[in-house]
Write a protein that binds this ligand. Structure first.
Ligand code: FES
Length: 216
């Protein structure tokens, strides 16, 4: 029997047992339980079949890239929320007046201060990389190898990034830093600023991400 146990303590193939089978079976069981639970909940609510079926196309559309709407009234100044669009995290940061004023102070330290690289729609090709100064909308994926940077909105030592840190984002994978407009600092492994997705405002408090053809 000892011959059937490898150095990692796993049961070897000679027993005829697939070491991964247990995990797969557990996953299948969990999936089945989840579906059964969902079906039970639907049945309990007395929701009809056609209604249930009608939910699936919208989910498919969302996954395929349908625009998403964000209620800005729930995002206080200084707060950031993460939404999902096309399977990617999209950040919406409500910048304070102080944050807006600090962006120009990093112009000399970032690699592409004028956003010359095509990492944003034309309407966001400005110093703040936004349509409205107080809202920054970014795809939260590092332009180096695709990690998700952390928000480092605090200023100075409290951020853990040094006394002269003015707020922004830090990618822990290889140390790329981005300012409060998503502009990458010089010398970082990330080759470009964070991406600004297409977006537009439907009203003072309604932001649409993934669609900008309705822009006035
Ligand atoms: S993936 Fe962000 S620095 Fe490498």
């Amino acid at each position: 029997m000892a011959d059937n146990i490898d150095q990692g303590g796993n049961l070897a193939a000679s027993t005829g047992v697939d070491p991964g089978a247990g995990a797969v079976d557990k996953r299948r069981r969990r999936t089945l339980i989840a579906w059964t639970g969902a079906a039970g909940a639907v049945a309990g609510l007395g929701i009809s079949g056609p209604f249930v079926m009608s939910m699936f196309p919208s989910e498919r559309a969302r996954a395929a890239g349908a625009p998403i709407e964000v209620d800005l009234s729930k995002i206080e100044p200084g707060m950031m929320v993460t939404e999902e669009w096309r399977g990617k995290p999209v950040w919406v940061l409500h910048r304070t007046e102080g944050m807006i004023e600090r962006v120009p102070s990093t112009d000399g330290a970032v690699a592409d201060p004028e956003s010359r690289q095509p990492m944003q729609p034309d309407y966001a090709r400005n110093e703040l990389r936004s349509i409205r100064p107080n809202y920054l909308v970014l795809v939260g994926i590092c332009t180096h190898l695709g990690c998700s940077p952390s928000q480092k909105l605090e200023v100075g030592e409290a951020s853990g990034l040094g006394a002269d840190w003015n707020g922004g984002f830090f990618c822990p994978c290889h140390g790329s830093k981005f300012d409060l407009a998503g502009r990458v600092f010089k010398g970082a492994p990330a080759p470009a600023n964070l991406e600004v997705p297409p977006h537009t405002y439907l009203s003072d408090t309604r932001l649409l991400i993934g669609e900008d053809s309705k822009r006035g």
